[in-house]
Design a protein around this ligand. Sequence first.
Ligand code: C2E
Ligand code: CA
Ligand code: CA
Length: 750
Amino acid sequence: MPASMTPGVAAPMHDDLVFLDETPRAPTRPSRPGWRILIVDDDADVHSTTTFALAGLEVQDRPLEFLHARSAHAARAVLAQEPDIAVILLDVVMEQPDAGLQLVRHIRETLAMKDVRIILRTGQPGYTPEMEAIRDLDINDYRTKSELTRTKLYTTVAAAVRCYQQLRALVIGRAGLERIVHAGTELMRLHGARDVARSVLRQAAALLGQEAAGVLCVREAGGLRVLGAAGSALELEGLTLDAHEEAMLLGAAARALAECQSEFSPTCMALYFPGKSGRDFCAAIPLSQPVSEGNGRLLHVFASVVAVGLDNVELVGRLNTAAFFDRLTGLPNRTRLVEELDAAVAQGKAPGGTLEATLTLVDLDHFAETNDALGHQFGDALLVTVAQRLQQQLDARLTVARISGDIFAVLGMAERNTPAAIQALFAAPFSIDGQDVQVSATLGLVRLHEHDGSGADALKDADIALKRAKSQQRSGHFYFSRSMGVEIRERVRLMHALRRGVGRGELFLAYQPQVDLATHRPFGAEALLRWRLEDGTMIPPDRFIPIAEYSGLIVEIGAWVLREACAELMRLRSAGHLAFTMSVNVSQAQFRHPHFVDVLRRALRESGAPPEYIELEITESMAMEEPQQLTEMLAQVKRTGVSIAIDDFGTGFSSLSHLQRLKVDRLKIDRAFVSEITGSARGSSIAEMVIQLGRNLGLSVIAEGVEDERQAQILHALGCPLAQGYLFSRPLSPQALLEWLGTQQLENAA
Ligand code: C2E
Ligand code: CA
Ligand code: CA
């Protein structure tokens, strides 16, 4: 018999039925929370003997508290309601022989209670659960009731409680750390100081397992400023107070801030968060129970995470000012304006929202020249003066922003935000450094109630209107109209579709034969780009090529066209058409690209196409630009061995000497002049001039767009040697071209 823990209680429990005469003491609610022990047994005596045997005992300085269930069924009900049960003393055989084990299964598997410790007891020594079940179900101990003397019962329960305590500490620690990490990320998302402060209080409360309460404050000249509050302290939020006004909370906060460290008392804690730039924070929180050692450690980690978070919030605050306001004029910037626009657009759409707002862009005329002529300092001063006048003299309810260099924006009520009202401000000169400067402005306007889309879209629309206004007349104005936007959006849509289409192989080439006008014998073809959408719709090149040029996609597309046309030439050659030339259109953006000559050389090399059978068509307008650069570029291209034709000839203003210098090989008479020649009497003049010019300069000439026999005859009569057009053939697929060439050979042979 082991030395008894309590004098006089040494006998094995089942021998101690004498104790049953005494009614077990009603469990009084202890001041320190007790360990909760659930007794499940269908034998009423076991309940009383157990509570009696363990009465008054403590584990780790905490008393035991008992809960009772008379059946497995009743135990389920208790488990569903009562939290924090540390140990279950469980009878194996109750309603059914395996009711106990089934309950264990329910606890571990259905309720997923992993921490609660379970001690099985049985009255029948022969009925032993499988070892496997004991292990799998995490059963702490298995005893026959007769084995459990009071001492043994105590040691078994105490061991189980300690085990439970460790498991809980692990679980709480893990959950606590997760909470802390979460707190850090949440702080980063929040903006206003109040939201941040309240969040800190909420997170701390969650760690402590209590309702959010207390204040988060920072020291200011007049005392402690309460940035955020919760619970009963909520009314303090936003106030600046003296520490003695709210002695428990603010007193603790003041001390923590003075001593630069957290302070814990049984009823209150003050968490100290060191901040950069001397702004330290403190959260003072009333406690519903003293902070445990484990929680104390977690709170320290929490405080350091929060300190970093608060610093970032301060930083973000400062960044916000920089991000939303223009440094020079102090006006809201573009980003800020877009936010306000979003709000204005949303408001205009709200039910019953009758607000009719306008956005006006104000572009100072000739600002760049002023800046260049008089210097940046003068330019800056001018911008500041204009900003001031806009802000001071326009209706105060309007927002004035500076959205880029010399462009201001005015947003607000349509009846105050008019071209007349704004232009009136530019009537009087601006005084800068004692000088009077007359400045004018051009305006682009959008009526927001007519606008659907985001604030950023509205700004784009206003910009489109401004560009239109500038292209018409300086110091005028232009209101955005829906059709302008539709046109532009349509182009953007097409650009995205084209980019996709390139990837999906929706582009292909068609080949239009070119013939000798005297014999009608084909001698070559022009490669023409085609785009067929997935659903079969053809988009004409006149629509998509300008977009490809504008978006830069033409560089990639053009390189592909070159490779594909060279490859087709090689296929034609292998089919026996050896004296056949291939004309390839090259657009300006493509031609100007620094790698163009490399791309060309590579296409030639990789296909094996003989350069003398490749011709590049560049437009006359291209030929006119930057003569020096172009001459050099063309010389390089010509060194590869390919020849050059000037497309759409006659539409530009090429000078003769210029043409001579460019050393082009062929002129292509634009089809507008070809269709003219059968019309009025004087119609033939331009085509005739081009033919003459070609002859004088020793250049080949081809007429394009020849649709009928009469045109062909006239051109031939005028001395044009070559032609291309629907009269001879429409653009053809590679296969159709081969067939067409075949029939031509037969006809010519006949
Ligand atoms: P372009 O270079 O002037 O091409 C001639 C255009 O006239 C082609 O239109 C052709 O189909 C059309 N055409 C030919 N014969 C006749 C005729 O008898 N009557 C009439 N009414 N039209 C005729 P398409 O194929 O629609 O090409 C339009 C423009 O697209 C081309 O004008 C060219 O500027 C551009 N383009 C086509 N393919 C390419 C390419 O691969 N690269 C580049 N950069 N531009 C290309
Ligand atoms: Ca062409
Ligand atoms: Ca043309």
